[in-house]
Design a binder for this molecule. Structure first.
Ligand SMILES: [Zn+2]
Length: 324
């Protein structure tokens, strides 16, 4: 048997675990809903959920916990020591030392925790859409925007481990409030939540008359999904909103390209179902937003290969790399 790593991705809504071989082959998977229990110590419920998917996978496949390594991807600022220091989109685990909590539950288990989008970047770089490229930014569009930076073929971690928090790059200092406490963060425009907000704004401003009519004139009822669905069907007013989201996506990418000079942007996360329209829109706006757009080699904005599985896959890859 090739060595098996378990990769676990703890998201805002679900915990996904994959059993992954050294070449990226997925042998088995398991998922549960993410518990949000504020009454217990931070991260306790999340640790139980991780332990439950890990136990299910190992028992089902007759593996001992001693024989596997476990990587866990978490949303938020992960310190190099594995503490989830700040998690605006998973507040009940904010401040938790998940690795310690897991070792308490199972002392023989070898485990590491890392930021979920960093994990996704590793998976896409090693086995996926960014294979063969050494300067890459992974952008995960979900509840928020996560980021993982590969520079010169290596994951950029930063002094404390917090590098790549690209969703909280401020693109409008007077913009809407963000769960992080700031204003006008990129994720308020380019995430699933951002699409919902821009859709509602467009509806209230009278730019989505067909969709508002479907809700009997209630502009506040128009959701992000309505806009992406109508855009996929070719409704011009919805396409205009998707184009606006694409512009915001391109703006953040242009900023990152100016700083990092990376050539490939891999877009993943829950919103990537809308990528067939969103990515070409971002690509169209990019050359006019980035410094020296026509003077630099083309910047590629491409969809992730593994979609919502990239975080768990990369967590497994990192566990193999660092724990064996
Ligand atoms: Zn923010």
């Amino acid at each position: 048997m090739s060595r098996i790593a378990l990769g676990v991705d703890v998201g805002g809504t679900k915990v996904l675990a994959l059993a992954v071989g050294e070449d990226g082959t997925v042998f088995d998977s398991e998922r549960v809903e993410t518990p949000h229990v504020a009454e217990r110590p931070a991260g306790d419920a999340a640790a139980d959920a991780v332990m439950s998917v890990v136990t299910t996978l190992t028992q089902r496949n007759h593996w001992s916990l001693r024989d596997v390594v476990v990587g866990v991807g978490l949303p938020g600022m992960m310190s190099r020591e594995g503490v989830l220091v700040f998690a605006p989109n998973l507040p009940t685990a904010s401040g938790a030392d998940l690795a310690a909590a897991l070792r308490e539950r199972s002392p023989e288990m070898r485990v590491l925790c890392e930021n979920d989008a960093d994990c996704a970047a590793v998976a896409e770089h090693r086995w996926g859409a960014a294979r063969g490229h050494d300067d890459v930014v992974m952008v995960t569009l979900g509840t928020g925007v996560g980021g993982g930076i590969i520079s010169g073929g290596e994951l950029v971690r930063g002094r404390s481990g917090f590098a790549g928090e690209i969703g909280h790059m401020v693109v409008d200092a007077h913009g809407p409030r963000c769960p992080c406490g700031g204003r006008g963060c990129w994720e308020r425009y380019a995430s699933g939540g951002g699409v919902a907000r821009l859709a509602r704004e467009a509806a209230v401003a009278g730019r989505l008359p067909t969709l508002v009519r479907q809700y009997a004139g209630d502009a506040d009822a128009v959701r992000g999904e309505d806009v992406t669905r109508a855009a996929a069907e070719g409704l011009p007013e919805a396409l205009a909103v998707v184009d606006e989201v694409g512009w915001w996506l391109a703006l953040g990418i242009a900023n990152l390209a100016a700083i990092l000079d990376c050539g490939v942007f891999v877009i993943g996360g829950g919103l990537s179902e809308a990528s067939a329209l969103l990515l070409p829109a971002a690509q169209r706006h990019l050359s006019s937003l980035v410094e020296g757009g026509s003077a630099r080699p083309p910047l590629l904005v491409i969809p992730s290969k593994f979609g919502e599985r990239s975080g768990a896959l990369g967590a497994a890859a990192l566990a193999t790399q660092r724990l064996t």
